[in-house]
Design a protein around this ligand. Structure first.
Ligand SMILES: Cc1cc2nc3c(=O)[nH]c(=O)nc-3n(C[C@H](O)[C@H](O)[C@H](O)COP(=O)(O)OP(=O)(O)OC[C@H]3O[C@@H](n4cnc5c(N)ncnc54)[C@H](O)[C@@H]3O)c2cc1C
Length: 392
């Protein structure tokens, strides 16, 4: 078993590290909460530079095993770097969905401008009225009417949708409520400017608006009429497409989250080295050393599992890596949460303040235990697959 990255990955890691050190980290201070919801100017500037350096759309150009360590590096500056290299959620998942399931016209109209970062996109599945961790509950209706489909429903926590650059929604809803439960849902492309689409309000995350990545919107669809050609794949294929989309989306989140943990550990180590209490640096306290050692051990464990999952996805496909994708989705956000918590603690009041990124990182990471499937749902499904081996 070879644990080294190949030459191409090493080369890209060096280039990306240089981009982060020369351009992205210095720009972090310039990322101030903008007045509106549009893409911050600093991200636009970084995108020009990233493109010039050939650090663009890496998620779709590289196998998962090569992309994983690069996504991890972007996670070190989660508010800027993923968008700077056009590898930010939810666009990456949406682009992969369009590449895999969109027809030629859909790819031309929406995938091309997304790959060029001319527009952004949103994935609209979750609904406030129903338990959306069970996708079969989704109630939005997508009804055929002549040459069109008519969409009616209410969605919330639709990431990116507050940004006016977000021009396209991929909406999940029922085309046939009488069909088999796994064949009721479909996905349809709804342009933002279609009459009947109302971006109603920004939902917060522990009080944060997440403006830098387009917020999380509540969106109303009232008699929204789009051409039948906007349906993605066959009617009834929504469930299967959602599963296919969420696999890569989940591993991308986990890769970036490892980078968040590395940054948190670095901040913690720097802080405890400088800060003196009761006559010695905090770093000299056994309990603090224990946090640091435990953080390093947990990061290494989580990274190895993510890399194994990436390798499996490349070799046996997303389906073959199902158990491992669920395992990392369970393990990584909790691991990162533990490390962020210790970094906050080590910083004292500064840890919960606006003067370090830790509080916002904690809030964002905590949502990963809900988004793309809550922990309990993944545990249930993983356990059932494990048990199947012992059932007749
Ligand atoms: C910051 C953020 C961004 C998001 N972005 C998007 C987005 O872009 N697009 C989108 O469509 N959605 C998005 N979501 C929504 C997210 O995917 C849903 O919140 C998630 O799927 C859970 O659905 P729910 O909120 O309806 O919770 P519910 O389905 O009501 O579940 C509530 C809780 O019940 C428990 N539970 C559920 N099922 C089981 C079970 N089988 N066993 C044990 N316990 C169980 C879990 O603890 C779960 O957290 C986002 C959410 C957040 C917080």
């Amino acid at each position: 078993m070879d644990f080294a990255f190949d030459a191409r990955t090493e080369e890209l890691r060096e280039q990306l590290t240089a981009f982060l050190e020369e351009c992205v980290y210095p720009a972090e201070r310039r990322l101030v909460t903008s007045e509106d919801w549009s893409t911050p100017a600093v991200i636009r500037e970084l995108q020009v530079e990233a493109r010039a350096r050939g650090l663009w759309n890496l998620f779709c150009e590289l196998p998962n095993l090569q992309y994983a360590p690069l996504a991890e590096l972007t996670g070190r500056s989660i508010l800027l770097a993923p968008a700077a290299v056009n590898c930010a959620a939810p666009d990456t998942g949406n682009m992969e969905l369009l590449a895999q399931f969109g027809d030629e016209a859909q790819r031309k109209q929406w995938l091309e401008p997304l790959l060029n970062a001319e527009i952004r996109s949103a994935f609209a599945m979750t609904e406030p009225e129903v338990a959306s961790s069970d996708a079969s509950n989704i109630e939005t209706r997508i009804e055929r009417d002549g040459e069109d489909y008519v969409v009616n429903g209410r969605k919330w926590y639709i990431t990116g949708a507050m940004n006016p650059d977000c021009k396209i929604f991929i909406v999940m809803g029922k085309t046939d409520p009488t069909a088999d439960v796994r064949r009721q849902q479909s996905m349809i492309l709804v342009p933002r400017d279609t009459p009947g689409v109302t971006v109603k309000r920004a939902m917060t995350v522990f009080g944060y608006e997440d403006r830098d990545h387009g917020g999380h919107a509540e969106v109303l669809f009232e008699n929204v009429r789009v051409p039948a050609a906007n349906l993605i794949g066959e009617p009834g294929s929504g469930f299967a497409i959602a599963q296919a989309r969420l696999g890569p989306g989940r591993i991308h989140h986990c890769m970036r989250a490892i980078g968040i943990a590395e940054r948190a550990l670095e901040l913690m180590c720097r802080r405890v080295t400088e800060r003196v209490a009761f006559g010695k640096p905090l770093a000299a306290q056994g309990v603090v050393q224990d946090w640091i050692a435990e953080s390093r051990v947990r990061i290494e464990q989580a990274r190895l599992l993510v890399l194994k999952t990436a390798w499996l996805m490349d070799t046996v496909g997303n389906k073959g890596a199902h158990t491992e994708i669920q395992a990392i989705k369970i393990v990584v956000p909790q691991t990162v949460e533990w490390i962020l918590d210790k970094a906050v603690q080590a910083h004292g009041a500064a840890g919960v303040s606006q003067d370090t990124p830790l509080a916002q990182l904690w809030a964002g990471n905590r949502t990963l235990r809900l988004a793309d499937g809550p922990d309990e749902v993944h545990r249930r499904s993983l356990a059932r697959r494990e048990l199947k081996r012992y059932q007749a």
